[in-house]
Write a protein that binds this ligand. Structure first.
Ligand SMILES: C[S@@+](CC[C@H](N)C(=O)[O-])C[C@H]1O[C@@H](n2cnc3c(N)ncnc32)[C@H](O)[C@@H]1O
Length: 276
């Protein structure tokens, strides 16, 4: 991460290797079925991901319907819930601002970890396209992560993590890594990374937020977080009242800055940067 960079001594990998187009539906179906925790999001948010487009996607995966999976892979960006964009007018600018923040806080020796990219993983694409970071890791719930995997692996060398994998080895050989959220403890093995999160802590349980905070703090990493945790609003999925993110930030993480987002956002939205 950029604090006292000695850029001349840093050797960047030449990572702009294009992978050829691939037939992804079979692989995505297999990844889904080989993961025993693939559906643990079904119990969240009063079952919101068991309905509508989420249910359709999960149904296609569960029934191994390769034609339907292929169809959803090609069309999922049109559906606001499934791609987590909720037709927000400012999304493009918001994602660009997020990517700029990450790029301003990282260099080519850094691993960037995004917690909850959404299926579009736009911020990941923007950073991978412009910046020579060491590796970008996306950590998300399985049904969303599989779509992000499809989108990112079209253009970047990407590995989807399974239980036996070592992140330390994978980051040497890949531009992007897809990490199912239930394997987040693997992140304890990476020191001084840059963590980015936009509007996903606000969807998590206390325990999950605390685990991510503990990973960030104990690995001396940096957190860049845009969330609406302090407003009077409620989670759009579970109707739980937002909680101030600061309540979750452990004392080892020092808040460097706290600002309103540069694009219009819900009441109480804040961009917090903290350092472990
Ligand atoms: C509202 S979307 C935000 C997507 C994107 N960051 C954006 O700003 O457009 C919330 C994201 O958090 C993810 N998420 C929820 N719980 C998570 C968890 N425990 N670990 C990782 N990601 C999680 C969701 O699957 C989704 O991708």
């Amino acid at each position: 991460m950029v604090d006292a960079p000695d850029l001349k001594s840093v050797v960047c990998k030449d990572v702009r290797v294009r992978v050829p187009p691939w037939a992804p539906s079979e692989q995505i179906i297999n990844l889904y079925h080989s993961d025993p925790n693939r559906d643990d999001d079904e119990n969240r948010w009063n079952g919101a991901t068991t309905e509508g487009e989420f249910a359709h996607w999960r149904g296609a995966l569960k029934s191994r319907n390769a034609v339907e999976v292929e169809h959803i892979l090609h069309t999922h960006h049109q559906h606001g819930n499934l791609n987590c964009s909720y037709e927000h007018d400012w999304n493009d600018l918001r994602w660009q601002k997020g990517a700029n923040l990450i790029m301003n806080h990282s260099s080519c020796k850094d691993v960037v970890v995004e917690i909850g990219s959404g299926s579009h993983a736009t911020v990941a694409s923007l950073v991978l396209n412009k910046s020579k970071i060491k590796c970008y890791i996306v950590c998300d719930l399985v049904p969303v992560l599989l779509l992000a995997y499809y989108n990112i692996s079209k253009n970047y060398k990407t590995h989807y993590v399974t239980p036996g994998d070592s992140l330390e080895t994978l980051i040497e050989h890949n531009e992007c890594i897809m990490l199912p959220h239930h394997m987040a403890s693997k992140l304890y093995g990476l020191n001084r990374s840059v963590y980015y999160n936009s509007y996903s802590f606000s969807e998590m349980s206390n325990i999950e937020i605390q685990e991510y905070m503990d990973i960030i703090a104990t690995t001396n990493s940096r957190l860049i977080s845009e969330n609406y945790m302090t407003g009077n609003g409620r989670c759009h999925l579970c109707n739980v009242k937002y909680r101030a993110l600061e309540h979750y930030i452990p004392t080892q993480l020092k808040i460097i800055s706290k600002n309103r987002p540069t694009t219009p956002a819900g009441a109480g939205s804040e961009v917090i940067i903290a350092q472990g």
